[in-house]
Design a protein around this ligand. Sequence first.
Ligand code: SF4
Length: 429
Amino acid sequence: MKVCVYTLGCRLNQCESEALADAFAKEGFDITDEEAGDAGLYVVNTCTVTAKAEQKARRMIRLFAKSGASVVVTGCYAQMAQSELEALGRIHVVPLERKSALLSLPRHIKDCAAAGMSLEESLPLFTGPESSVFDYQASSFSYHSRAYLKVQDGCDNSCGYCRVHIARGPSQSLDADEVIRRAMDLEGAGFNEIVLTGVNLTMYDHEGAGLGGMMLRLIPRLKPSTRLRLSSMEPDHIDEALIEAVSSPAVHPHFHLPLQSASQRVLERCGRLYPMSHVEWVVKQLRAARKDPFIACDLISGLPGEGEAEFQETVDFIRGNDFAQAHVFPFSPRPGTALEKARDRVSERVRDERAQVLRELSEDLHQRYIKRQVGSEVEVLLESRKDGAWQGTTGNYLKVKVEGVEGLVLDRGQIVRGILKAPGLVSLS
Ligand code: SF4
C-alpha cells in the first residue's frame, strides 16, 4: 500500500513527518506524495499557527477522504480541535500528545492485516505504546535532501498571539550526548547537511548548557565536510556561546529570527519580554561571526497596539539592519490566546496595507542581498535534477541552478562548491 505523509507548518513538523514516513518505509510501505494522489493512507500532520494553516488542513483532509483513502490526522491543530476535525468525516484523529506513538502505526496495520482486518478496521484499534517527543528518528528522508534532527520541543514563553506553546506544552531538550549520537548516525547514513530543529530551538537547555554549548560539543565530532543548518532562532536566548558556535564554517551562514515586530512597545504588548537592544546585539554579532550571512525574519503586521509610529520602527529596523528576507503574516487572533480579544486591534485594511509594505520591503532587500553575493564562493546542497540541470540551495539559502557539471557523477544530497555567477546560477567550473 502507498502512504503519503502530508505536512503543514514548521520545520519541526517536517522533521517529525520524515520520521513517520521512515517508519512506514521500514515496514515495507511505499511512500508517495499528495500530488500523485495514489495513497491508500494519508497521515496529515497539521499546524495551528494561523487560521489559514488550519483552513488548508481541513481542505486537504476533505480532499484525501473524498479519494476513498483512509486519513489519520495529527499535529498541533489536531491537539487543539479534535472534535472539529472528527466532524469532517471518516477521519482518525491522533492528538499531538500521542503523535510519536504513530511511529508504531505501520507495525499495527501490518499485524491487523495479517489477522485479516482491513485498514479501516485496524485504525480505530490503534492505541500505540507510551512514547516520547524525542522518539522521532528518521534514517531516511523521503521528502527532503537534508536530514532533520529534533533537539527541542515545547516552549516556556507565552507570546500573546501564539497557540503553539499551548499545544506543545513546556520546553524539553534532548540529552546532548544523544544529539551527538543521532547526528553521527545521520552522517553515517550519508547525510551531508543536518538541520537542528525545535519549537523554540534557542530554549535548548541540557544540564545548563544551551544550544551554543551543545553545538560546541557536537561540531568537533562531525566530519569536516558536514554542515549544520539552524531552524528558526528566537532571539531572547541567543548568547555568546551560540555566537561562537555559529562562527564555525560547519554551520551554514543562514539565520532566521522570528522577530514579529521591532517595536519595543508592541513586543511588550505581546508578552515578548526581551529588549530590542538585545536583538541589535544579536544581528551585530551574527554579522561579525560570518561574512554577509543570510539573516531573515518573521514579521506579523497589525499586531494589537501597533500604531503608525510602531510600524515605522519595524520598517526602519528591518531596512537599517539589512535583513535578507522577511516572511510576513497578517495578525489574526487565535482562539485561546492572550490577544484573542484584544481591544487595541488594528483594522484589517491597515493590517493588510502594512503587510504589503513589508512584503515589498522584503523583496527589495532580498534582491539586494542576492546581487551582492554574485561573484562569491558558495556551497550548494543538490536537491533535484530537472532537464539535466541540478537545482539546489546554497549555504546562505539561495535557490540556484548548477552549471559546469558535465562529466561529474553527482548525487542528490551532495554538497558542491562553486561561484555564484549570476542570481540563481552557480558554476562549478
Ligand atoms: S517563543 Fe512565543 S511564538 Fe515562539 S513558540 Fe514560544 S510562545 Fe510561541
